[in-house]
Structures are given as structure tokens and as C-alpha cells.
Design a protein around this ligand. Structure first.
Ligand code: PLP
Length: 488
């Protein structure tokens, strides 16, 4: 049939039947293929988790599967085999010797909630895309904010990490202070504050010099008298201040800035106090540990990262505010293509992110699985392990050990030059890794340290004793013979 006419609807081939079948799950009945796929994926994950102790915390270089999609889509068996290759090369946080970073093993309820979250595929951008989950986020953020002492109307929003939560806090503080167009405004934080503040200042269009570093005292906390002097000088010079950022749990040693006196200075000057509690704020969830972050409740805003110690799967971070309405004032756009909010407001109006997964689900289910007692037990265990390791390392007089009220310790031999400390830390980290103990190697105060994060619930005294023995051996004769050069 030859015709210049386009085919009529009646004669056109029925397009849906001409397409190859697609692997979406049936909307009509429980899909047996999906179920089997998820079961097999779960089996592999359980096997991976269940063999964590027999693999190194840090796997060697592994074979990666092909990255680009082929012409024909793969079946489930091929997909699972590819997944396995990626799993084989993954960092292994459940190994008892995984002590390097703030990345603990995942809670089972968080794993399950992450799966459900993917299956629901809701969007925290707007209420009609996540009716139950938007409310869950609002309610859980409000509960957390009240637990941290921010008051009856407090609340907040989940963010994809503490970096983003800190940025949103500073943007909100700047908006509240009416400094949105001011290029002279500054942020003050301790010299040991997190690098995410440098990113925040850059994203906010401010020069790097807008972040004023206040020196720390011997305990690693912000030196309040220096903050006092800096604020007076800024006031005298007429320089506007966006916020003071206090850190509750510094990244290298877990120090906590003196929050109460810092808050008092902020009140006196009328400045916003943001507490970066990405590490330490979770301690305020337990009456037994709240004193570690005393004064947290005086903040205007707090970053908290349940992903860092509680085992909530990534990402789990929230920005909590005494007056959460400030978020919508800073970030609201009216969302002109959405139905008006029927409840507490659209998630997309409460922060920088638009489309956002329901991170709240794994936090909610994880906290419910732990219970208040379990949260306290996680914190207890972390503090006990830090105390045990601190006591062990304190028996080594050649070692300078730096800690704080949280669950982190950093240490380096006394009296080494920067180059010697670099070399010692590389050699010792490798020796520890040879024994399946993984520590990190931060540069702090101009010298490399080894850092242990004691948040892993699988770590026992045996690992800490072995760590102590290996560190002690690394110090043998360190001051009288030249150090080996770092391995390439
Ligand atoms: C980890 C950390 C952050 C950043 O959090 P991300 O979730 O990694 O973006 C901010 N502040 C402190 C003190 C941290 O330790």
C-alpha cells in the first residue's frame, strides 16, 4: 500500500504491542519476578554483611563490571553477577577493625526502609508526591529538635548530608539578618571547624576570607576569649556578621566548642548561633550523654548527622531550627506548578534541594528499631571504646593523644617534624591495615596523626589491644633511628 497520507489511527500499528516488554513490575498482581529478584539481591547482601569480618575493611583494587548499558537489557542473573563485582570492591564498614571514619555498619531497619523508600519512589519536593512521608519528615524533625532542646515550635528538614545542612543554615541566618546582598558579611568558626563551611561561604558568593577562624584552646574547643575579641573588633569596624558556627564534635578529635559561653556572646551581639553537630549532636538524645554537648539547646540552628554514629544508612542528616519558619522565608519560591500545601508546607520550600528521596524513612525506622535504650547503648559503647583506647594509648609516653567528649581519638608521636610524622603515619597505617585495622591519617596542626573513630559496635577490646600493641611497636626507636621512607 503506497500512500502519501499519514496512517489513520485505525490502520496505524498498535504502538504498545510493537515495543519490547519492559522490566517494570506488574501493577496488577504481586510480580513474581520482582520478588525473586529482590530475594536474590537480599541474599547477596546478607552474605556480604555476614562475611564482613573475614574480609579486610578496605578491599584491594577489584574488577569493575562493564559500565555502559548494552543494546539488549540484562536479565536478573547477569545484573546480580555485576552487582556482586561492585560489592566485592566496596568499603566494608561492618568489619570490627573499621575504625577510620564516621561510617558505621548499617542498621537492619534502615536497610529495609531504604529498600521500601526506593520502591515507593516518592518525592519530598511536594506533599502530593509524598503525602505520608512529608508529614513523617516534618513530625520526626520536630521531635528531634525538641529532644535537642530547641523548644516547642522547633523543627527542620532532612538534607543530603551535613555539608548541605550547614550551607542551608548559613543561608537562612544570612536571610534572617538581612545580609543577602552584603559582600562584606562574615562567618566565625573555630580553626578546627569542618571544611564544609569553606564550601558554604564559596557557594554564598563570599570570598574565602569571609570565614574567620577563631583559634582553639588546648582541649580543641573554640577559644572563647578570642571569639569575644573578634566579635568586639567586628562590631567596632561595623562589619556585619552572618552567624557564629560552633562545632559539637570536631572531625579530627571530636572536640566540642564551649557552647554555653559562645551562645552567651551570640546573644549579647544579636548573632545567629549555628551548631555544627554533625558528629556530636546525637549525644543530646540520651540523658546520660547530653552533658557532652551542654548548651546545644541554645542554638538557633543545629546540623545533626544520624548517619555518622547511629547506623542510619546514608544519607541521614538534618538541619533543625528553633524557628523553622525561617527556612521557608529563606528558600520559599511559591512552587507555582504545585497544589498549595495542605499541611506543614512543601519540603521543597524548606531548603535548597528540590526533588529529594525520603531519607526520613530509614531514620524513623532505624530509631524505632533501636529505641531510646538502644540509642543510649550505641552512645555508651562508643564512649567506652574511646575510653579503653585512650587508657591503652596513654601508657605510651612517646605519644601525644588528642580526644574530646565524643568517640574520636587522634594521636601522633611527640616531637616529630612534619615529614617524620607523615612517614610514621603512613608506615603505621599500613602495618595496622595488614592486621585488618583501618585508621585514617588526618593532617592536624601541621602534622599527620592517626585517627580512630570508635563508633563501630563490632569493635571489641581485643581489636583495641592489638591496635595498641601495633602502635607501641611503631614507636620503638622512632627517635634514635631514621624513619623508613614512605612506600610509593
Ligand atoms: C561530616 C561532617 C560534616 C559534613 O557532613 P557530610 O554529611 O559529610 O556532608 C560537617 N561537619 C562536621 C563536623 C562533620 O564531621
Amino acid at each position: 500500500m503506497v500512500s502519501s497520507e499519514p496512517p489513520s489511527l485505525a490502520t496505524a500499528p498498535p504502538a504498545p504491542w510493537a515495543l519490547p516488554p519492559l522490566p517494570f513490575a506488574s501493577p496488577d498482581h504481586p510480580d513474581a519476578r520482582l520478588q525473586r529478584f529482590l530475594e536474590q539481591a537480599s541474599e547477596r547482601l546478607c552474605a556480604w554483611l555476614g562475611s564482613a569480618a573475614s574480609r579486610s575493611p578496605l578491599p584491594g583494587l577489584s574488577v569493575l563490571p562493564e559500565v555502559e548499558p548494552q543494546r539488549r537489557g540484562l536479565d536478573e542473573a547477569a545484573l546480580l553477577a555485576d552487582l556482586q563485582l561492585v560489592m566485592d570492591g566496596a568499603y566494608n564498614p561492618s568489619h570490627p577493625g573499621a575504625l577510620a571514619h564516621l561510617d558505621p555498619p548499617p542498621l537492619p531497619a534502615s536497610i529495609a526502609a531504604d529498600l521500601i523508600c526506593a520502591g515507593l519512589n516518592n518525592n519530598l519536593l511536594a506533599e502530593e508526591l509524598s503525602p505520608s512521608l512529608s508529614r513523617l519528615e516534618r513530625n520526626l524533625a520536630a521531635w528531634l529538635a525538641r529532644q535537642l532542646g530547641l523548644g516547642d515550635v522547633s523543627g527542620g528538614v532532612a538534607a543530603s548530608g551535613g555539608t548541605l545542612a550547614n550551607l542551608m543554615a548559613l543561608v537562612t541566618a544570612r536571610h534572617r539578618a538581612g545580609l543577602g546582598c552584603c559582600s562584606e558579611a562574615v562567618v566565625l568558626a573555630s580553626a578546627d571547624a569542618h571544611v564544609s563551611l569553606r564550601k558554604a561561604v564559596a557557594v554564598m558568593g563570599l570570598p574565602a576570607t569571609a570565614l574567620h577562624a577563631i583559634p582553639t584552646a588546648r582541649d580543641g574547643g573554640m577559644d572563647v576569649s578570642q571569639l569575644d575579641r573578634a566579635l568586639e573588633a567586628l562590631r567596632a569596624a561595623g562589619t556585619p556578621v552572618i552567624a557564629v558556627v560552633a562545632t559539637a564534635g570536631t572531625t579530627v578529635r571530636g572536640a566540642v566548642d564551649p557552647l554555653e559561653p559562645v551562645a552567651a556572646l551570640c546573644r549579647r551581639h544579636g548573632h545567629w548561633l549555628h551548631v555544627d553537630g554533625a558528629i556530636g549532636a546525637v549525644f543530646a538524645l540520651s540523658p546520660r550523654h547530653r552533658h557532652r554537648v551542654a548548651g546545644l539547646e541554645q542554638a538557633d540552628s543545629i546540623t545533626i548527622n544520624p548517619q555518622k554514629l547511629l547506623g542510619i544508612t546514608k544519607t541521614s542528616s538534618l538541619l533543625l531550627l528553633r524557628q523553622p519558619g525561617a527556612l521557608e522565608q529563606a528558600f520559599g519560591t511559591g512552587l507555582p506548578y504545585m497544589e498549595p500545601s495542605w499541611g506543614g508546607g512543601h519540603g521543597g520550600e524548606w531548603g535548597l534541594q528540590g526533588t529529594r528521596p525520603a531519607d526520613i524513612l530509614k531514620l524513623w525506622l532505624g530509631l524505632r528499631q533501636l529505641g531510646l535504650g538502644g540509642i543510649e547503648a550505641v552512645l555508651d559503647g562508643a564512649i567506652q571504646r574511646r575510653r579503653v583506647l585512650h587508657a591503652l594509648l596513654s601508657s605510651l609516653p612517646e605519644l601525644e593523644v588528642r580526644g574530646g567528649p565524643c568517640h574520636l581519638l587522634a594521636f601522633t608521636p611527640r616531637g616529630l617534624s612534619a615529614a617524620e610524622a607523615d612517614s610514621w603515619s603512613q608506615t603505621t597505617r599500613q602495618q595496622l591495615l595488614n592486621h585488618q585495622l583501618m585508621l585514617s591519617r588526618p593532617l592536624h596542626g601541621g602534622r599527620h596523626h592517626l585517627k580512630a573513630v570508635l563508633g563501630n559496635p563490632h569493635t571489641t577490646v581485643a581489636e583495641l589491644q592489638q591496635l595498641h600493641a601495633l602502635v607501641a611497636a611503631s614507636l620503638q626507636g622512632i627517635h634514635c633511628r631514621s624513619l623508613p621512607s614512605p612506600s610509593p
